[in-house]
Design a protein around this ligand. Structure first.
Ligand code: F6P
Length: 363
């Protein structure tokens, strides 16, 4: 009798709305079309390294379409090629990829679907190099994965950020204040740009354009003079003042990318109050942008990506992620992702549109 095929799924990196929708779609299609068995590694690569997994039957993935987070759990630290291990008080990084590869072999995994951002997909690309039949699915609220025009989770994050900005607007007006809304976006300011425009932000500060604090202060004061007694500033966590560094909130030694950003809004608040003398407050949206139920757009996108990943498995298109280019789902070699994040081009139509309606980008 022919052995049943087995597909493993894992979710890695920071979570994001729509992960469960991908797991659901991929699992259902694989079971329906291939009659294959599906398992899920728990907590991303941590589960792969330590052989922690669960079966995913049809009923396990029913009713999770609208659920935020990931039923499999995730880790944005575990990396089989650089696994942090405590030796006494010291941290050592070890290559435990052989252990991970052994688990894949022992479990007779015919395809590993890795749903994740640049870090997760970079590791997936190394696993492929080490002969694991891998299919990648790009995810991140930051929308900054190279090789794909968009990622699921982004639409939800923009929606939540915009709702936050809308709510800040009314209190800013009542108190005649400068309100700063800090959103996620480490190296790329996609969330700040989209939510800033959608929420009518007066100033949008993104990592791609280091800002001039004097310019920002001038714009705020200028609005005040014209009778607009409030201003809304939307700032990405990775934005920085010209000549200064990004604001690091914490260092996670175990992580491949160790610096976690956060707090640039407060730094800006201090500088602006000092220069303008105007009352300023800051709200950090942070992980709120990653939680909760995905928007209909993200549910649909995630469902399509999940079914496409299953199709890539059927067609043995390994070593690729499901990319979206010009509205089409295409295989994109995983090594492409490793070339770095997809940042906003300075001539992007939304930057141009913003400038033409007097949105200030801090330059
Ligand atoms: O990559 C997604 C992201 O949300 C970044 O925008 C942010 O810098 C980071 O994750 C935060 O990670 P953590 O969950 O470790 O705080």
């Amino acid at each position: 009798m022919k052995r049943k095929m087995r597909v493993a799924i894992l979710t890695g990196g920071g979570d994001c709305p729509g992960l469960n929708a991908v797991i659901r779609a991929a699992t259902k299609k694989i079971i329906n079309d291939q009659g294959a068995e599906v398992i899920g590694f728990k907590d991303g690569y941590e589960g792969l390294i330590n052989n922690r997994y669960r079966r995913l039957n049809y009923k396990d993935v029913s009713g999770i379409l609208t659920l935020g987070g990931t039923i499999l759990g995730t880790s944005n630290i575990a990396n089989p090629y650089r696994y942090a291990t405590k030796v006494g008080k010291r941290l050592e990084f070890r290559d435990v990829s052989k252990k991970a590869l052994r688990n894949i072999k022992r479990l007779k995994v015919d395809c590993l679907i890795c749903i994740g951002g640049d870090g997760t997909l970079h590791i997936a690309s190394k696993l492929y190099r080490d002969a694991v039949p891998v299919v990648g699915v790009p995810k991140t609220i930051d929308n900054d994965i190279r090789g794909t025009d968009t990622t699921f989770g982004f639409d939800t994050a923009v929606y939540i950020a915009t709702e936050g900005i809308d709510r800040i607007h009314t209190t800013a007006q009542s108190h005649h204040r400068i309100m700063i809304v800090e959103v996620m976006g480490r190296t790329a300011g996609w969330i700040a740009l989209y939510s800033g425009l959608a929420g009518g932000g007066d100033i949008i500060l993104i990592p791609e354009i280091p800002y001039d604090i004097e310019k920002v202060a001038r714009v705020v004061k200028g609005r005040n003079k014209k009778g607009k007694k409030f201003s809304i500033i939307v700032i990405a966590e990775g934005a920085r003042e010209k000549g200064r560094d990004v604001v690091v909130k914490r260092i996670i030694k175990e992580s491949t990318i160790q610096a976690r950003l956060g707090g640039v809004g407060f730094a800006l608040e201090e500088r602006l109050e000092e220069i303008t003398g105007l009352a300023t407050r800051t709200v950090v949206m942070g992980h709120l942008l990653r939680g909760g139920t995905p928007t209909p757009f993200d549910r649909i996108l995630a469902t399509q990506l999940g079914t496409k990943a299953a199709e890539f498995f059927e067609q043995k298109k390994f070593g690729c992620m499901v990319g979206i280019r010009g509205g089409k789902f295409v295989p994109v070699p995983l090594r492409e992702v490793a070339k770095g994040p997809r940042v906003i081009p300075l001539n992007h139509t939304l930057i141009k549109a913003g400038r033409s309606i007097n949105t200030c980008f801090g330059d």
